[in-house]
Design a protein around this ligand. Sequence first.
Ligand code: AMP
Length: 375
Amino acid sequence: MMRCILPNQTIGIIGGGQLGKMLAAAANRMGYLTVVYDPSLHAPAFSMAHQYTIGHFDDYEALSQFVAKCDVVTYEFENINADLVKRLNEQYNNIPQGHFPLWMTQNRMREKEHIVNAGLPVPPIVMVDSLGDEWLGLPEKLGFPFVVKTSEGGYDGKGQAVVRSREDLPNKLFALMDSSVIAEAFVDYDFEASIIGVRGQDGEFVTFPVARNEHINNILHCSIASMDESEDLTERLHTMLKNLMEKYDVVGILAMEVFVKGDEIYVNELAPRPHNSGHYTIEGCTTSQFEQAIRAVCGLPLGCTTLRQTTIMYNLLGQHIEPLMTYLPHLSRNGHVHLYGKKENKFNRKVGHVTFTCDQQTQEFSHAVFTHQEE
Ligand code: AMP
């Protein structure tokens, strides 16, 4: 039965990174109390929470005490042990998203199987389980180039490599073979896009406007949500994600990344949490992805997701902070700076983002802040 969580009740957030911080900010604005759980004393979200708990993600006792004191619990990190979340929800019945979205997305092969079973297209894929001879046949099955990815634990291009020739194959593959690997046909896509869906406990479903995404070194560089986006693409992505979330009765937020090539759409991956490509929604949409995720787990009606104007988000990595500081005095009234309060500005690690609610200044900004891309 759907429970409605009201202001002044307590929302627990497992994971204290920037996503947890922005979730907590949205919850605070809605009048909730927030508690955040993370292993690091320096977790950015702690500064936004009413209380925090330091504990490991696989520490059942610590997590159990945390979940027990919350009225409702959500997560911002997809690698929390899904079995553990299942046990906690059986005990306390206050994690509306449950363990399923975590379990489904924690293993790439399992994720792709679920995507296919929901009728959505993925690139041709082969599973490589062991160091038997099966890998020798990959070029015949997939053609060159193809991509090898660890089944579990990869992010921002880590745990994956592009194989361009037969000579290339053993090195690239064996470097990843600590766990099982999937090999995937390389999609020579026109562009990458993503869509974020939110589904309430009563089945209400909304998506946010499509973002087109550009990566540099496999790390998201910018996301553009345009007022001129193709209605056909938006409609197709909306329907795909709706079908998938309804089929598996997913509650809460789920992001879907796709490759678009001509009329073809291939699903690359899913994320059961707010997504970097949805940060633009904070200023770009009436309701942000963070507020929407909070509404869904609290049993509130979902908000309006209309795009107010074309909006562009740029990620800031550690090396961009120095040029950003020089540029700050020139930022126009349409540039919104978010810095996450990370302890260190590490090279190639996300430490903030800037959102422009118009594109007048973006070229100048981009040139000033991102020309020091490489170390
Ligand atoms: P992933 O970790 O799967 O999101 O992949 C990171 C990035 O690698 C994607 O955003 C793409 O730019 C690229 N990539 C991953 N898989 C493929 C593929 N099958 N074909 C082409 N590019 C890919």
